[in-house]
Ligand binder design. Structure first.
Ligand code: RIB
Ligand code: CA
Length: 309
């Protein structure tokens, strides 16, 4: 099987960090670079958070700083869930590495334009960088192989009753991406809220006995308690599903449907409106995650962590 060539665009973030570890530990993925965006915390946090994970685990990947605010909306962060730093909990060594000079949006455009059309984008935060890349260089739209994103929901939101965080932070960016025509799958809260790093899962990963397993446990132990705001008893590893789908699609039940973003400024601003019953008879532009095989999913994550330091 050819390796999946991907760019991870993230707002590290507890679950973003685990998604990065899966992307680096899975042998069927070639991670071309990690781009950071403002989301869970400001860019002044999401970039160093990402660098800390890369440095701690000695991951062979470059990190690029991207957009520090949404395209239109005022910035919103998720400090209630992720803490002030965006990655509260684990303690890291002082940083000795830094992000590349090249802006993340320029890196995304350059990488796709230089590619053979085989690059997959995996956004696990607000879609600001992806939308800006599409606007800066429209020719990339036809060259992006696929987008596998964490965001939205078939039903309820987690930031407003209607909207999920990644979409709500930058609805206009999401509108650009969802209308782009790029082949995409969406792992929304209806699926990801069931992928919980319970105390049993945390103990299982710590028992691996390496730095990656211990970092998983240190990171996800924090969200055991912080996710109570969303009525959850443990931390969902939302973002990890967007990576897992690319290398183990058989673990997921998906449904193709029309999805559009509500960018009206009412109570449903930022909602992913999912036409599951095809009422609009519009193009079915998104493959939506509906369910997952949890046993297979955690086996995939554990093996990736075992492959790391
Ligand atoms: O709503 C969950 C999403 O918001 C995840 O990507 C999490 O990291 C936060 O960014
Ligand atoms: Ca995220």
């Amino acid at each position: 099987m050819n390796k999946v060539k991907m760019i991870l665009d993230c707002d590290t973030g507890h679950d973003d960090a685990i998604a990065l570890m899966l992307a680096c530990g899975n042998l069927d993925i070639e991670l071309l670079g990690v781009t950071c965006v403002a989301g869970n915390a400001g860019l002044q946090h999401t970039v160093p958070n990402t660098l800390h994970v890369v440095q701690h685990l000695n991951l062979p990947v470059k990190v690029y700083a991207g957009c520090d605010r949404p395209i239109v909306k005022e910035q919103v962060v998720a400090d209630d869930v992720h803490g002030k730093s965006g990655l509260d909990g684990p303690v890291f060594e002082p940083l000795t590495i830094s992000a590349e000079q090249e802006h993340a949006v320029n890196f995304i455009v350059r990488t796709i334009m230089e590619s053979d059309g085989d690059v997959v984008l995996v956004p696990t935060g607000p879609l600001t960088n992806i939308a800006m890349a599409m606007r800066m260089e429209p020719r990339i739209v036809k060259k992006i192989r696929h987008i596998s994103l964490m965001g939205g929901s078939l039903d309820l939101g987690n930031t407003t009753p209607a909207a999920e965080f990644n979409i709500y932070v930058d609805p206009e960016a999401a509108d650009i991406v969802f209308r782009s025509g790029v082949e995409m799958n969406m792992m929304g809260l209806n699926l990801t809220n069931r992928v919980l790093a319970t105390p049993q899962i945390i103990a299982r990963m710590r028992n691996i006995g390496n730095k990656a397993g211990n970092l998983f446990a240190d990171i996800m132990s924090f969200t055991l308690h912080s996710q109570a705001v969303n009525g959850l008893s443990a931390g969902p590893v939302h973002d990890v599903t967007a990576v897992a789908y690319l290398v183990a699609p058989q673990l997921f039940r998906m449904q193709q449907m029309h999805v559009e973003i509500d960018i009206s400024h009412g109570p449903c601003y930022g909602r992913t409106v999912c036409d599951i019953y095809d009422r609009f008879h519009l193009p079915k532009n998104v493959n939506v995650g509906m369910d997952t095989d949890l046993e297979g999913f955690w086996n995939l994550v554990e093996q990736a962590l075992r492959n790391l330091d």
